[in-house]
Design a protein around this ligand. Sequence first.
Ligand code: ACO
Ligand code: ZN
Length: 222
Amino acid sequence: KDLKDQMVIDAGQKHFGATVCKSCGMVYSVANPEDEAQHGQYHQRFLEGIKYVGWKNERVVAEFWDGKIILVRQSDPKYAIKKVEDVRELVDNELGFKQVALACPTQTQTYLFVSVNKIVGCLIAEPVRQAFRVLSEPVESPTKNSLEHHRAWCCSTKPEKVVCGVSRIWVFSLMRRKGIARRLVDVVRHRFVFGSCLSINEIAFSDPTPDGKLFAAKYCQT
Ligand code: ACO
Ligand code: ZN
């Protein structure tokens, strides 16, 4: 009986404490003023960052019932590059990337999934010549902390020829598991090199997160 009571209390507290904001997706505790203040700041910056009002010369590369994908190249007008940089900053922030440089800035292509005036997905693709395949099991290393530990996937030692590297892929937390990442990668394969369609083996995902790895494993299988 004691155990049962305890479980009820725990569940109640969790439900009481944590909230997911329905607009920005942040998980925070309403009961904690510091948390709430942090949410207030993040909320505004995030929504401003993903806001997309439409550009006169936007390059629409795919259209769906629930949105469209636009491509931004580095030679595009300043306002487009600025938007891409703002989104990349939000994504890097979420991924915990700190100023990870792009391999070849002039050749970078950014694909944005836009849904009802919001950028809800982003894929940054770069030309890459070789990559090491990620093997299925993560390396267990007791000396590393848990974050590094998750990143320490085991890679093959044999480099493979690839054409396109996905340096970042991100989907807004409240819009995941709707095939947005899948559609972004499909479009990149058709668009990255003019006039040809890349096979799955010709694209590589760099430094995947646990989410990224689960997605990539599924995408590469099907
Ligand atoms: N867990 C298990 N399977 C998954 C997951 C997951 N978290 N995400 C995707 N999949 C698999 C599923 O099989 C899914 O199909 P289903 O929903 O029918 O089962 C299939 O992949 C296709 O998934 P999508 O819906 O296309 O993926 P989504 O739009 O949700 O985006 C992404 C996936 C980009 C990884 C998203 O979870 C995300 O933004 N995560 C946080 C940022 C991140 O970690 N990005 C990857 C960084 S690595 C890099 O950038 C190279
Ligand atoms: Zn919010």
